[in-house]
Design a binder for this molecule. Structure first.
Ligand code: ADP
Length: 180
């Protein structure tokens, strides 16, 4: 029994990292599942990876805060530099990543092994919900740009921001589509 309870006084704080440009229902599925399994989840936007996003890092943070507000143990932050340095500074013991397909695996395994080597931070993989395994932010932006309906792929608040942003850049969003 001792072995099982040992270490349980520690807060189990994990991070869900990504670019979240913008957050999709696939991300949200992973965040929600991670929040059920851990004491605290910090969703972190990699600010140095975000040079040419559709949304600024601050906009991404604002959207993430809005759509994760239903989870009391989820917070949102950004990091620059190495993710493992953020983990060390914030007492994070593990990185949670979603795996959509075998194509994600090779890169993710390499990153996981490097992060462990650098700082002994574990990486936990969750398989994507089959409903969202085809879903990535870049695809959502591409479809939306050409007027496709992405309303079932992103939270409503994100859909609205996409609509406004793409209408502003006049890239083909269906005007007056009834979602505003
Ligand atoms: P993307 O632009 O591909 O959505 P991100 O860098 O924002 O990429 O993704 C952050 C994390 O979320 C990654 O671990 C990624 O595997 C995971 N993720 C992204 N989309 C999904 C999805 N549809 N289902 C499960 N996990 C996902």
């Amino acid at each position: 029994m001792k072995a099982v309870t040992e270490g349980r006084d520690r807060v189990r704080r994990v991070v869900c990292p990504g670019s979240f440009d913008p957050v999709t229902n696939g991300h949200l599925d992973i965040i929600g599942r991670a929040a059920r399994l851990h004491d605290e989840v910090v969703v972190v936007v990699g600010a140095n990876l975000a040079k040419q996003g559709l949304f600024t890092v601050d906009e991404r943070l604002a959207m993430l805060r809005e759509v994760t507000s239903e989870f009391p143990n989820v917070s949102v932050d950004k990091f620059t530099g190495l993710l493992v340095d953020f983990c060390r500074a914030h007492g994070v013991s593990a990185i949670v990543k979603g795996l959509r397909a075998v194509s994600d695996f090779e890169y993710e395994m390499e990153m996981a092994q490097m992060n462990y080597r650098l700082a002994e931070v574990e990486t936990l993989f969750m398989t994507a919900n089959p409903l969202y395994s085809f879903l990535r932010s870049s695809l959502v932006k591409e479809i939306a740009k050409y007027g496709g309906d992405v309303s079932s792929l992103v939270p409503a608040a994100v859909y609205e921001r996409l609509r406004v942003r793409l209408a502003a850049t006049r890239a083909g969003w269906p005007q007056g589509s009834g979602h505003s």
